[in-house]
Design a protein around this ligand. Structure first.
Ligand SMILES: Cc1cc2nc3c(=O)[nH]c(=O)nc-3n(C[C@H](O)[C@H](O)[C@H](O)COP(=O)(O)OP(=O)(O)OC[C@H]3O[C@@H](n4cnc5c(N)ncnc54)[C@H](O)[C@@H]3O)c2cc1C
Length: 622
């Protein structure tokens, strides 16, 4: 009898299988749980921040040529791949209009550039001369900051172009991802390479996983036309890979530490007018919840020898940001650019603000461009949203799992079970009353296939089809559940076309206990054509523990019968031994006499031996 218990989520869940009380990584003194807590605290404020006019606009060159391979002509035809650029100036708030801001100088561009740059109003916002791009001194950039000022760059409203499922995929996106991962091949034998390499991989993988989370969370359901979370897609891309989930948390820690690190210097940044006071207070409110222990960047490049490694790291990460120019889907390219710029800015803050000199630190922060800051906060928002989505997906997953478990349980809660089955259930219950214990158990064992179906449904959640994301997998699971429910009437209708199902089950106990010779008991169970006659009497079905009792009674009876049978055989053997005894004694005497006589008349011994063998043989035959 199969023992069915409700699946414990703790035991069976495959969801992001990791200990939430463990540290996010060797360089992070923070647990997954702590990050979840921090995130739920700062999420509302961060959301308002990236929806503010200062942080929601970004500038990028959507037409920049891919410099890594010759494939600049492809494009993604899906509407979801498109980016709506800001063209209608009239629709911008009044304080963004060029005439309102006209009096402010833009010191980061030449006069000509400022005139030609349709987005110069953004730069004009900040009359802080410290925001100009520094073209002198060592390269401390992890991305190409000049990109923001290309003539063909466009201004986009990030909030009007959400990061979601676009349908972009196939060979092109695979090529992008594999060339990004290939950047992780550092030169050999560098001190500290291992941690740096690990950090680089985690950054890239975390970005990949975060994108996967967003496209699963905001996925088009082709049946309903609604954008909604797709659990199966999420599990296939991220949830089934705890390391990918952990890398999202790792990236969160990296960006959070960068924000924490520039916090004292942000006050110095001039956000230009009174409106930005709100922005400043929102930044303070978000960043004040962060802690320095969240990530320890000093473990990565901690001595002079590793400066080469740091340069290598920087130029490789710059390549990652440039690879974004090869992405054919504009929407993906835009968010790819924003996020890689955000990580690049974090790395710059973490690894380049390493001087003890406060002035030098302030200098680095002052040189951050507006777009780096916008990218930094938007990247933090993307990670924050990913973590929020992961927690929501976990709830969805748990609900789904419990639903499946509850259905299994319902099969064994007889009241519910028979309420569900109605009259058919009553008929079946009456049949139970008129059967032998064996047959009752055998009949109930028909429910096993239904349980197997449930397990399949769960397996489906854990290992969904990766190849068909466009199918709404919610529906894929539902038919399986329906199949389960269809299986129930099969249990209830033993008299219909289901005797074949019952037969193998009833035969099983005989196979398990070959010593029990009870054909008379087993036969009526397998052949149950006259069950209808027995359906007159209605009796509630036995509960699960009653079933166990029945099973144990049955075992005792079987054991008793076996013992009786064995005793019979033993007694018969003893009785026949007594019957045969005189005949065997007479034969022994005759044989001995024969031997003696042969010896007396001088017959050779070997003849005697041969005779003896023959005599023994004959004796055995008899
Ligand atoms: C820069 C960029 C931005 C994109 N933005 C979007 C978007 O906004 N919306 C959208 O719908 N699509 C976007 N895409 C496409 C998306 O990332 C996938 O490439 C696409 O959905 C196809 O997915 P896939 O299952 O074939 O595997 P891919 O995601 O292309 O992954 C390729 C292989 O990488 C490995 N892998 C996957 N995830 C990880 C991970 N986290 N860590 C380590 N290894 C991993 C797996 O072995 C996988 O088979 C973007 C792609 C790129 C390159």
């Amino acid at each position: 009898q199969t023992e069915i218990t409700q699946p414990s989520v703790e035991d069976t869940t495959n969801f992001c299988k990791m200990d939430k009380d463990s540290l996010v990584g060797a360089s992070c003194d923070v647990t997954f749980k702590e990050i979840n807590e921090i995130n739920s605290k700062i999420r509302p404020e961060l959301l308002s921040l990236v929806h503010s006019d200062f942080f929601k606009y970004f500038k990028l060159d959507l037409y920049k040529q891919c410099t890594f391979w010759n494939d600049n002509n492809g494009y993604c035809v899906n509407r979801a791949c498109a980016v709506d650029v800001v063209e209608e100036w009239d629709q911008l708030p009044e304080y963004w209009q060029p005439e309102v801001l006209g009096g402010l100088a833009n010191e980061s561009l030449s006069d000509d550039e400022a005139l030609n740059d349709e987005c110069s109003f953004l730069d004009q916002l900040c009359d802080n001369s410290q925001l100009r791009i520094n073209k002198n001194g060592p390269d401390i950039d992890y991305c190409d900051t000049g990109d923001f000022h290309n003539k063909q760059s466009v201004l986009v409203d990030l909030t009007a172009n959400p990061e979601r499922f676009t349908g972009y995929g196939g060979e092109q996106s695979s090529q992008i991802w594999s060339s990004i991962y290939r950047e992780n091949c550092f030169s050999q034998n560098e001190t500290g390479q291992c941690l740096a390499k690990d950090a680089f991989y985690r950054l890239v993988s975390g970005l990949h996983a975060s994108i996967g989370t967003h496209l699963s969370n905001d996925h088009l359901n082709t049946e309903t036309g609604r954008w909604e979370p797709n659990l199966e897609l999420f599990m296939a891309r991220v949830g089934d890979f705890p390391d990918r989930v952990a890398n999202i948390y790792f990236n969160y820690a990296v960006v959070a530490k960068a924000l924490w690190k520039i916090q004292p210097y942000l006050a110095h940044l001039n956000f230009c007018n009174a409106y930005h006071e709100d922005v400043k207070s929102m930044i303070t409110s978000v960043v004040s919840n962060l802690d320095s222990k969240i990530f320890n960047e000093n473990l990565l490049f901690n001595d002079d020898i590793s400066s080469n490694l740091k340069d290598d790291f920087r130029s490789r990460f710059k390549n990652v940001t440039k690879i974004m120019d090869c992405v054919h889907c504009d929407r993906c390219r835009m968010w790819g650019k924003v996020q890689t710029t955000g990580y690049a800015t974090s790395l710059k803050i973490l690894f380049e603000i390493d001087s003890e000199d406060e002035k030098a630190k302030q200098n680095v922060v002052d040189k951050l461009t507006k777009y780096e800051l916008i990218a930094l906060f938007n990247t933090f928002d993307r990670l924050s949203k990913s973590i929020e989505s992961i927690n929501n997906f976990e709830k969805l997953y748990t609900d789904r799992l419990l639903t499946a478990g509850d259905r299994i349980l319902a099969l064994f809660k007889s009241n519910n079970f028979f309420k569900l089955l109605g009259n058919a259930g009553k008929s079946f219950s009456s049949s139970l009353r008129n059967r032998s214990d064996d047959s009752v158990i055998s009949e109930l064992e028909i429910s096993e296939p239904a349980i197997t179906e449930h397990k399949m449904a769960e397996a489906e959640i854990e290992k969904p089809e990766i190849e068909k994301p466009e199918i709404n997998e919610y529906e894929v699971v539902e038919p399986k559940t329906t199949e389960n429910e269809v299986a129930e009437p099969n249990v209830a209708e033993p008299t219909t076309a289901e005797p074949e199902d019952a037969e193998p089950k009833t035969a099983e106990p005989e196979e398990d206990e070959p010593t029990t010779v009870e054909p008379e008991e087993a036969e009526p169970t397998t052949a149950e054509p006259e069950t209808e006659v027995k359906f007159q009497d209605v009796k509630l079905p036995p509960q699960k523990d009653v079933l166990r009792k029945l099973e144990s009674n049955n075992t005792i009876i079987k054991a008793w019968n076996t013992e009786v049978h064995n005793l019979n055989v033993a007694l018969r053997f003893i009785f026949h031994s007594y019957l045969d005894l005189p005949r065997n004694i007479a034969r022994m005497a005759l044989y001995r006499l024969n031997s003696f006589w042969n010896f007396f008349v001088g017959v050779p011994k070997y003849v005697n031996d041969e005779d003896q063998n023959q005599a023994t043989y004959e004796l055995n035959i008899q």
